[in-house]
Design a protein around this ligand. Structure first.
Ligand code: PMP
Length: 427
């Protein structure tokens, strides 16, 4: 079709992969939700920096000056990318998991935490204990608002934090973040947005959403691994002990004989001890810049056109059930999880890879509670689902290949026989 906008190109778009027959086909990467392929502009930006990277904030040499500048420019880029307030801090982390753990370690004592029970483990597990309230999955995005309000009413006086996912990594469904933030405000709570799946697919604007923190990962945003960010209010992070201790997090260390006197740095350096990942954050910033320059309208239109085609195709597969958190059809990013009655997800995923060169994910997607609950609803016989996820590397051919391959696998079965090895199916 000619009505699907072109989008920034990813590295490896024409990579060929071996099939079990010995033939090769171009790889159909339908696993963007796990990690997205790198953009060509990101690779070029990294290439340019590689000869120059050196110690950030510490060295006087030219390369150190270049790296320090690149690192701090990346902070500004991230700030712009999420529309941060001027008072917000941008702490570079390894990924969303790291960002949310940092926030969890920085909460004032006895902060009440409220979250929905469908969260990804990265947002579900850092807060545990008596001060945490898990809200049952609501039936619709609109029903999430009163459900959150009811939970906030039960919170004792004191600091409160709501944690919410922007887009589910299981179903792609969007949560009504601005409405949830408005409720949080009314009850004096802060709100942290897990934007791991939202930021690669939709614009995130801290001020427009009125959220306090945003956590995201570079590797889901078309940059390689190792860099993420926590962006938001500085005060709790400033009052907290450094997340890691070591060089970079300190202004001064004095030997008082029986103990060391340490003056910790202010945020963001306070939580960035050790030599930082300057190449990683440069890559992340290059990805943000490329997306912003290209424009969200075209990126969203590309993905939504492919998503519609994918979902329509999946509906024609006998026995296939798409998973949804909410009842009815609601706005979602390009992530679709499904089961196929009578077919084991792991085996289908293995056959898609071995016989068709298609990469999907199978399992419970680091969101065990959510995935199992959704599987129970469709009366699945197993604890695993399949997930196809779209992004800038996706094409009409990838989508059509998946739908055709699933139809053949379901109606005729795999062409090869598969055996289980270390919990995975191999031909
Ligand atoms: N939250 C969501 C919604 C995610 O999809 C993921 C990654 N699957 C994470 C958090 C964690 O991201 P990372 O593994 O990059 O820390």
């Amino acid at each position: 079709p000619t009505d699907i906008p072109t989008v920034p190109a990813v590295v490896g778009a024409r990579l060929s992969v071996p099939l079990v027959t010995g033939d090769r086909v171009t790889y159909a990467n339908l696993d963007h939700a796990a990690s997205a392929p790198c953009l060509e502009q990101v690779r070029d930006a990294v290439d340019e920096l590689l000869p120059w990277y050196a110690s950030v904030h510490r060295g006087a040499g030219f390369a150190s000056q270049v790296s320090t500048k690149v690192y701090e420019q990346a902070r500004d880029t991230l700030r712009r990318f999420v529309g941060a307030r001027s008072s917000d801090t941008v702490v570079f982390t390894r990924n969303t998991t790291d960002s949310l753990n940092l926030l969890a370690k920085s909460l004032p004592r006895r902060t009440s935490v409220v979250l929905f029970d469908t969260e990804h483990h990265a947002a579900l597990l850092p807060w545990r204990g008596p001060n945490v309230r898990r809200v049952q999955t609501p039936e619709s995005p609109a029903a999430a608002v009163p459900a959150l309000e009811a939970a906030l009413k039960l919170c004792p006086e004191g600091p409160r934090l709501v944690v919410v996912t922007g887009a589910s990594n299981v179903t792609g469904e969007l949560w009504p973040v601005a409405d949830l933030a408005a409720v949080a405000r009314r009850y004096g709570a802060r709100i942290a947005l897990d934007a791991a799946q939202l930021a690669p697919h939709r614009p995130v604007d801290i001020k427009a959403l009125d959220v306090d923190y945003v956590a995201l990962s570079g590797h889901k945003l078309y940059a390689p691994y190792g860099a993420g960010a926590l962006i938001g209010r500085a005060d709790w992070l400033q009052a907290a002990e450094p997340y890691l201790v070591g060089g970079g997090a300190t202004k001064n260390v004095v030997d008082w004989g029986d103990h060391l006197g340490v003056a910790w740095s202010a945020v963001p350096e306070r939580h960035e001890a050790g030599s930082p990942n300057v190449v990683g954050v440069h890559a992340l910033a290059a990805a943000c810049d490329t997306i912003t320059r290209h424009g969200w309208d075209r990126i969203v239109a590309h993905e939504q056109a492919l998503l519609t085609r994918l979902r329509e195709g999946l509906r024609t597969i006998p026995g296939l059930h798409e998973l949804s958190i909410f009842h009815g059809d609601h706005d979602r990013v390009g992530v679709v999880s499904f089961t196929i009655h009578g077919h084991e997800a792991g085996l289908i995923a293995a056959a898609l890879s071995a016989e068709y060169g298609i990469g999907v994910r199978d399992g419970a997607f680091c969101a065990h509670v959510a995935t199992r609950r959704l599987l129970d609803r469709v009366d699945a016989t197993e604890q695993r689902a399949l997930r196809a996820s779209l992004g800038l590397g996706s094409t009409v051919e990838h989508v059509d290949r998946l739908v055709a391959a699933l139809r053949t696998l379901v109606t005729e079965g795999p062409k090869w026989t598969y055996a289980q090895q270390d919990g995975r199916w191999v031909p």
